[in-house]
Design a protein around this ligand. Structure first.
Ligand SMILES: Cc1cc2nc3c(=O)[nH]c(=O)nc-3n(C[C@H](O)[C@H](O)[C@H](O)COP(=O)(O)OP(=O)(O)OC[C@H]3O[C@@H](n4cnc5c(N)ncnc54)[C@H](O)[C@@H]3O)c2cc1C
Length: 403
């Protein structure tokens, strides 16, 4: 039997984007359904969880949700550098704890969470506008009617795809990762490992999550390379390549696997009654393919804009457009600069990577962090491109600027 339920806002996907959008919409007076297909929030981990402590603090995520990082090590086949900071500015999240914290905040704000509820279809009105979704939940079908539908379903973009607004991403990253227990670990030091042996189009990583646990992973860009990241990851761990050998005995605890879009900001993200947010919108920093902070931040923006639109009884594309304007203004030029660096990195040979690390070694900790975070503000970039004491760094930033 088809059950029918009405809400102001339907949020499809209980990841960081969905939970954040749901919370803000609920706090602003909307009735909200947060619909997640898995049995619990963050049942499956699909991310390495690296993010930045300034963002974590801004989002109000508690300290017990992350492991702080203050050393950033990079290795290529014949080179390695470590940049040390005085205080930790990066972090590796406990992904389950963080995502569940975000969802609980949405719940406390009044959103209703439906788990084990898989959205498989959309509902349109006579004018062809989306007015709801159909989902399967514990053997029954539910018709969720909503004034605005927020597609926060991640890479799958189920709502936007069903509506024919978007097609499957063609350029994306695939990552495979083991959460492991290690015999030895420098737990405030992360490793990024580059070059053909680690990943022919991407990088491998060691991200510590506690004093004796870490995530070791391999990310590969598609369609640039057809290497399978899971096979490559097992090879790196079995052969104990590079800094992996320093970890001593490794015990695998859990396997993670995921896909992340890598097409820059190519998608339009508002339509009549519909908003795309997070990975569904392609909001990721292409340099290291990190999107959690954008998912949370722009989820919040989406929740606010949607609540306003509903208050004003106008959920048209025009009324929702402030969302797209706000997020583009905040990151578009930075992401475009980061895409240029990514294009340069994807083409590097092993020997060129060895030299690239010499450039990275000339950056201060703050410069490195701005770089890896794709925090390429125009004034910062001009300063680095014209005044940095090292010519190789000036050249790098001139390239990022596009001159
Ligand atoms: C291997 C890998 C490593 C990464 N590492 C990092 C990192 O270190 N730092 C970082 O910031 N980012 C990282 N990312 C990216 C980051 O994970 C994403 O940018 C972020 O999770 C996006 O959040 P989201 O809420 O948009 O989507 P998701 O986190 O993917 O959440 C989408 C949710 O929608 C649900 N859903 C999907 N389809 C349906 C449906 N039909 N019905 C109901 N629910 C549905 C899913 O179950 C999921 O819970 C990584 C990604 C990958 C693949």
């Amino acid at each position: 039997m088809l059950e029918k339920i009405n809400f102001d806002v339907l949020v499809v996907g209980g990841g960081p984007a969905g939970s954040s959008a749901a919370r803000i919409a609920a706090e602003n007076g909307c009735t909200v359904a947060l619909i997640e297909k898995e049995k619990e929030i963050a049942e499956t981990v699909r991310t390495s969880g690296v993010t930045w402590i300034s963002d974590i603090k801004q989002f109000g995520i508690p300290d017990e949700c992350y492991n702080p990082i203050k050393k950033f090590s990079f290795c290529s086949p014949k080179n390695s550098v470590t940049i040390s900071d005085e205080v930790a500015k990066a972090a590796v999240l406990d992904v389950r704890k963080t995502y569940r914290f975000l969802a609980e905040r949405a719940l406390n704000a009044g959103a209703k969470i439906f788990v084990s509820t898989n959205v498989s279809n959309i509902l349109k009105n006579s004018r062809g506008k989306c007015v709801g979704v159909i989902a399967k939940s514990y053997e029954k079908e539910i018709q969720f009617n909503g004034k605005v539908i927020i597609d926060a379903s991640g890479f799958a973009s189920v709502v936007a795809k069903e509506l024919g607004y978007v097609k499957q991403w063609k350029k994306f990253g695939v990552g495979a990762e083991f959460e492991v227990k290690t015999e030895r670990l420098e737990y405030d030091n992360w490793w990024l490992m580059v070059g053909q042996e680690y990943s022919p189009a991407g990088y491998a990583w060691i991200f510590p999550t506690s004093e004796n646990t870490a995530r070791i992973g391999v990310g590969i860009g598609k369609p640039d390379s057809d290497v399978d990241p899971t096979i490559r990851l097992n090879e790196l761990i079995d052969k104990k390549i590079g800094p992996i050998k320093d970890l001593g005995k490794i015990e695998k605890i859990e396997f993670h696997y995921g896909l992340i879009p890598n097409e820059g900001l190519s998608r339009k993200t508002v339509y009549d009654n519909v908003i795309l947010v997070g990975d569904s919108a392609g909001q990721a920093n292409p340099l290291v393919l990190e999107g959690i902070r954008y998912a949370i931040r722009f989820g919040e923006v989406a929740g606010r804009v949607v609540a306003n639109a509903i208050k004003n009884k106008d959920t048209s594309e025009t009324s929702l457009m402030p969302y797209e304007k706000e997020w583009r203004k905040s990151i578009e030029s930075k992401i475009n600069s980061a895409v240029k660096v990514q294009n340069r990195w994807v083409g590097l040979t092993d020997e060129e990577w060895d030299k690239e690390l010499d450039i990275i070694n000339e950056l201060t900790a703050d410069e490195f962090l701005d770089f890896i975070r794709a925090d390429f503000g125009v004034s910062k970039m001009i300063k680095l491109a014209t005044h940095h004491p090292k010519m190789i760094v000036r050249q790098l930033f001139n390239m990022v600027k596009g001159t």
